[in-house]
Design a binder for this molecule. Structure first.
Ligand code: AMP
Length: 384
């Protein structure tokens, strides 16, 4: 299964940087985009900020630059990234620097509102990666401080935002200065008609990738968090399954997430001991075992399926009424992915998260990503 950054085949210095960043699991957009970008395809991606899209293009680009190592010519860049705002441009440049910290590749950034000379000096000898806002880049191009005829890769980020800011004409002008034979990556949160047309002009046979917008998934799911000691999580789970009024009469399916495979097995064992039909699905299970577990879950024979994030990616089951996060994920995007397993096809669903003392920081990251506070529920009283 292609599940880790290692198995995506990224170069060792990049893997080292990812370990330093604390990223262990690629996000969905990264899993979808990295293999195609690494092999040189054009890509059209629908993804919002918060999905990990910056790394989805920065990592394979760094990988490619390393694989075909050559010095950039004076005043030129091997990669040009266009972003709508100075904040986004700076963030993207910071990401390239962070992921490329163990490589010799260099990044610079150009945006308006600050003097030009330092920016043109930074590219005078050539630079591997240039991140720029379109207006300021055009200034530098007019000054002949920058040339784009040797650029190998173009990235357009937040294209719909570019449209709102009136950058479509500058982008067309800039694109006309790039070699026709290049790799182009195009990201937008939405695809209005004009953006679709622009993508059509810039891209050549693109691969299409898309991840669910964070907001729409999150809005449809009723979310709750329960603060609980690690040791009490198992009892809390059985309490909820047995006592919660909503659960007691519940005929739907319940998906329980754990962070580790062993954790999943332990939860299944505990549930079986207390008389709840459950099965686990994770990376240590054989394909026939997984298929059996899924079939039993689909048919309703097994009411509770316990899964790890990776294994859950392939699960496409309707009628999941509850998602229980036995452990909170350390990748905030996984939370959105998990709770999106309920509330499919316009239905509503409930997501209950257990949060112990060590997971408070994960909860904070999740709330930052979904831009809402998850309501706190008191721990239900224990059954007599
Ligand atoms: P972005 O959508 O590119 O703005 O990224 C959103 C946030 O997720 C950033 O703070 C990244 O540092 C973080 N991030 C990106 N990829 C991963 C990953 N695979 N694991 C953990 N965090 C990540």
């Amino acid at each position: 299964m292609t599940t880790s950054f290692e198995s995506l085949g990224l170069a060792a210095p990049l893997l080292k940087a990812l370990a330093t960043e604390g990223y262990t699991v690629p996000t969905p957009i990264q899993l979808q985009a990295i293999p195609h970008v690494m092999t040189g395809h054009d890509l059209q991606g629908i993804a919002q900020t918060g999905t990990g899209k910056t790394a989805a293009f920065a990592l394979p680009i760094l990988h490619r630059l390393m694989a075909q190592n050559r010095a950039p010519a004076p005043k030129s860049c091997r990669v040009l990234v266009l972003a709508p705002t100075r904040e986004l441009a700076s963030q993207i440049a910071d990401s390239f620097r962070a992921y490329g910290r163990d490589t010799k590749l260099r990044t610079t950034v150009m945006f308006g509102g600050v003097p030009k000379p330092r920016q043109s000096r930074a590219i005078a000898g050539g630079i591997d990666i240039l991140v720029a806002t379109p207006g300021r880049l055009l200034d530098h191009l007019n000054d002949r401080a920058v040339r784009l005829d040797l650029t190998e890769i173009l990235v357009l980020d937040e294209a719909d935002h570019m449209l709102d800011l009136g950058f479509i004409v500058p982008i067309r002008k800039i694109a006309a200065m790039l070699p026709a034979k290049r790799q182009t990556l195009f990201f937008s949160a939405t695809m209005p008609k004009e953006i679709g047309e622009l993508a059509g002009k810039l891209l050549h046979n693109p691969v299409h990738v898309a991840v669910a917008p964070v907001a729409t998934t999150v809005e449809r799911v009723e979310q709750q968090v329960i603060f609980v000691d690690t040791a009490r999580k198992r009892n809390l789970l059985t309490d909820i399954l047995h006592n919660d009024k909503q659960m007691a009469g519940n005929t739907g399916r319940i998906l329980v997430f754990t962070r580790t495979k062993h954790g999943a097995d332990r939860v299944v064992k505990h549930l079986e001991q207390v008389g709840v039909q459950a099965d686990a699905i994770h990376g240590n299970k054989s394909q026939p075992q997984r298929e059996r577990a899924l079939a039993a879950f689909r048919s309703g024979q097994v009411k509770v399926l316990v899964a790890t994030d990776i294994a859950a990616r392939g699960i496409d089951v309707d009628g999941v009424t509850h998602v229980i996060n036995f452990d909170l994920p350390n990748v905030p995007e996984s939370y959105v992915h998990r709770i999106g397993r309920t509330a499919r096809a316009g239905a509503t669903g409930v997501a209950i998260s257990f949060c112990d003392a060590q997971e408070r920081a994960f909860l904070r990251d999740i709330e930052k990503l979904i831009r809402t506070k998850v309501p706190v529920m008191p721990s239900p009283a224990r059954a007599a």
